[in-house]
Design a protein around this ligand. Structure first.
Ligand code: SF4
Length: 339
């Protein structure tokens, strides 16, 4: 029984049905393991008079976040590799923000979406991650690497909506106040545009959770070439699902647009993108393509980025220009899976 898979409510029920105990001990376990990162929960005061319970729990529960096998640093950004219990490896990135860090977590070993600009997509899908393997990345970032993390983005290896149930369960575990305490408004799920996943997320009671969509082209033809998922869920279907998504008051979607020289960086693309976005409330991240060996894609020049960005701004789009962080350690967009 891997403790990193359970919310406090679920753990309370397990202790009630299996051990005749309840919330008091569940909270102690949660505090020691999730909040403090201590695996020695048996020495917590709550277990001082419940030695038999502590001993059986020590035998029956495990905390397996995976082993941090390697770390790479660029400036204050950290990428770490986790070796899972079956030997598979996943990558996570800790990106410094103002006072706290944002952790980018993986949801699958590989990915089957096949986006042409993405190293993970080239790997194909090996398997989905279990809940504890997703929450384990947060455990390791905070407690093994000692990085204060306040935001979590599901933007690492894998398409989160292709592993919907585990991602949803991980969101609920990360959100528990007595544990990891990541607010829903500090979590962002990023999708390549899997419409059924957007619809299922919309039906959950997760007020404030943020949705990011990797757009990368404003027309189905260009987008299908870059992102085969477009053939199943074309842009108009995607837009309809977004227009029905329950955003909080003043909430926005985050769109990511990777600019690739000569592919999707013409002013005509900017015009069509602005048309596609209207009237959705969107903040658009404009990111220069990270060249991936063997793909033949190139970054646009700064000048081309500027022109594209200005054209969008002139059409009323809220644009954030991002200089791709982490390129030298292969931690930028589309580069995970190369280490
Ligand atoms: Fe998968 Fe995301 Fe890469 Fe597309 S960009 S192949 S969805 S990991």
């Amino acid at each position: 029984m891997n403790l990193l898979s359970f919310t406090l409510e679920e753990l309370t029920r397990i202790l009630e049905t299996g051990y005749g105990k309840g919330r008091f001990h569940a909270r102690a376990l949660y505090r020691e393991i999730f909040e403090k990162g201590s695996l020695d929960f048996g020495s917590a005061p709550e277990f001082a008079v419940s030695r038999a319970l502590a001993q059986s729990l020590e035998k029956e529960i495990s905390v397996e976040p995976g082993q941090v096998a390697d770390t790479f640093e660029e400036a204050d950004l950290t990428k770490f590799i986790t070796r899972l219990s079956d030997g598979q490896k996943i990558e996570s990135v800790i990106v410094p923000m103002n006072r706290y860090n944002t952790l980018c977590v993986s949801t699958q070993v590989g990915c089957r979406m096949g986006c042409m600009f993405c190293e993970t997509g080239r790997m194909g899908l090996t398997r989905h991650l279990d809940v504890h393997e997703i929450t384990g990345q947060l455990f390791n970032a905070r407690h093994t690497l000692k990085k204060p993390v306040k935001n979590v983005v599901f933007m690492g290896m894998g398409e989160p909506f292709d592993n919907f149930e585990s991602v949803l369960a991980a969101v609920r575990v990360m959100n528990v106040q007595q544990g990891f305490d990541i607010a829903l408004r500090h979590m962002t799920i990023s999708t390549a545009g899997l419409v059924p996943g957007i619809q299922k997320l919309a039906a959950q009671n997760l007020p404030g959770i943020r949705l990011a969509v990797s757009i990368n082209a404003p027309d189905n033809e260009t987008r299908s070439r870059l992102m085969p998922v477009t053939r199943a869920w074309p842009l108009d279907t995607l837009k309809t699902s977004l227009s029905r998504f329950p955003l909080p008051y003043k909430g926005t979607f985050l769109f990511e647009y990777i600019l690739i020289k000569g592919v999707n960086d013409a002013l005509m693309h900017a015009d069509r993108l602005a048309q596609f976005i209207h009237p959705l409330p969107v903040r658009l991240n404009l990111i220069p393509c990270n060249p991936v060996p063997g793909m033949g894609f190139e970054s646009p020049s700064d000048e081309a980025m500027n022109r594209f960005s200005q054209q969008l701004v002139a059409k009323g789009v809220f644009v954030i220009r991002r200089w791709s962080k982490g390129r030298s350690v292969s931690a930028g967009c589309g580069q995970l899976g190369r280490s």
